[in-house]
Write a protein that binds this ligand. Structure first.
Ligand SMILES: Cc1cc2nc3c(=O)[nH]c(=O)nc-3n(C[C@H](O)[C@H](O)[C@H](O)COP(=O)(O)OP(=O)(O)OC[C@H]3O[C@@H](n4cnc5c(N)ncnc54)[C@H](O)[C@@H]3O)c2cc1C
Length: 382
């Protein structure tokens, strides 16, 4: 599904304006204070960002993955963290839109799109991240309800969100293990509490938290798709869009770091000329801009395949892997261009350097990403 060109231009122009007027001026202050940008979130609601990829029939903007990725890249050229406020939320929505029952779509999607209900995905546990099939949080049937017990950790929007898609084991003894996994939409209530807010190197201002479930009772109506044993496939499907989002963040950060380095290099003088005229700096700038451009093209490739409804785990994996590494490398290279000033919180580049590595970890680490790419290469060649 493609977004028509006029609509896309309008949306991207609105985002550009919002980024310059609202996001850029507060990024440094909120990042350094690790303060939740509540006003920004209200603006995001008004812009429709919580419904960006949700179908228009459910009150969303119904954007294609391509337009969505372009929008995310523009935000992350300036500040990456706010994109996390709606990304995992939209993965949750995507799981409902693709795998939910009609009643779940009717009830949840309009509330997700407006931001009345918002949150993210609760997958990771203290003892299970990459190996998601090793999770221990159980959902035990109790009449027409389920009782959830266990702990999730590192959950984005865990404190500020009010509804999370939680991956559980409904049959801990099932073999293969994924057959015993189910995904529940959990609105906060008794038995669902938030543990500590986690301190982080970067990706600040947005909350990451531990979630604790103690006999948390959830209706069978909240089991996505209405049938046990489909949770792993449902979340794997949602993560395809999530990986395109992470890749778009990486491409945006790689470009943002390049732009900052170029502007600084043209201004800073040593030995009687701007450092942009020194060949050593030029080599860096050329490599950075090439990396950023290549990352953007990989994002476009993955997003357009997603929009055509084709399987794109290889392309989304390549884009996520390359673009996140490009963001890390370009942030580091930009620091070299900035010299000593890169080490000061007065310059934005130090935030890029702290934020970028998360992209190599989230939505499947880059080690796991390479395994996915290679598996698909073999499958497609076979
Ligand atoms: C800021 C932040 C926000 C997050 N937000 C969320 C969220 O909203 N929801 C959520 O559910 N999770 C979230 N996470 C968790 C994140 O998804 C996990 O950290 C990630 O999946 C890796 O899991 P792990 O940390 O347990 O590492 P592990 O799985 O223990 O991996 C450790 C290392 O071993 C490597 N490794 C593991 N298995 C293999 C293998 N088979 N072959 C080769 N290498 C391997 C990994 O690549 C990694 O380098 C977040 C994490 C952070 C830091």
């Amino acid at each position: 599904m493609a977004t028509d060109q006029d609509t896309e231009q309008q949306i991207l122009a609105t985002i550009d304006k919002w980024v310059e007027q609202e996001l850029r001026p507060i990024a440094k202050e909120f990042d350094q204070a690790d303060e939740y940008p509540a006003e920004l979130v209200e603006q995001m609601k008004a812009l429709g960002l919580f419904g960006a990829t949700i179908g228009e029939q459910y009150g969303g903007l119904g954007l294609s993955a391509t337009t969505y990725a372009r929008m995310v890249s523009r935000i992350c050229q300036v500040w990456m963290a706010p994109s996390g406020i709606f990304n995992s939320h939209l993965i949750m929505a995507n799981c409902v839109e693709r795998g939910g029952t009609e009643a779940q779509k009717e009830y949840f999607l309009p509330k997700f799109a407006s931001g009345e209900l918002r949150g993210g995905i609760g997958l990771t546990e203290p003892d299970a991240g990459s190996d998601l099939q090793g999770i221990r949080l159980t959902a035990r049937q109790d009449g027409d309800r389920y009782l959830l017990n266990g702990t999730k950790t590192w959950i984005t929007n865990g404190i500020q969100g009010n509804c999370l898609a939680v991956l559980t084991k409904t049959d801990p003894a099932a073999e293969p293990r994924h057959r015993g996994m189910s995904l529940f939409l959990c609105e906060k209530g008794p038995g669902f509490s938030v543990g500590k807010k986690l301190k982080k190197l970067g990706y600040r201002a947005i909350d990451s938290a531990e979630l604790i479930f103690e006999d948390f009772s959830v209706s069978r109506d909240n089991l996505i798709g209405g049938e046990e044993g489909r949770g792993f496939q449902q979340i794997a499907g949602g993560l395809e869009l999530g990986r395109i989002n992470i890749a778009a963040r990486g491409a945006g950060m790689a470009k943002g770091a390049t732009d900052m380095a170029l502007a600084y290099a043209m201004e800073r003088k040593t030995f009687g000329k701007s450092i942009a005229e020194h060949q050593a700096i030029q080599l860096k700038l050329a490599e950075m801009s090439t990396r950023a451009a290549a990352a953007a093209l990989l994002v476009e490739q993955a997003a357009s395949k997603f929009d055509r409804g084709e399987r794109c785990d290889l392309e989304a994996g390549q884009a996520k892997f390359f673009a996140s590494e490009a963001a890390v490398q370009n942030s580091l290279d930009a620091m070299r261009v900035f010299g000593g000033y890169s080490y000061s919180p007065d310059y934005e580049i130090e935030r890029f350097y702290r934020d970028a590595p998360l992209l190599c970890i989230g939505e499947g680490t880059n080690e796991i990403q390479r395994m996915i790419i290679a598996k698909q290469m073999v499958a497609r060649a076979g």
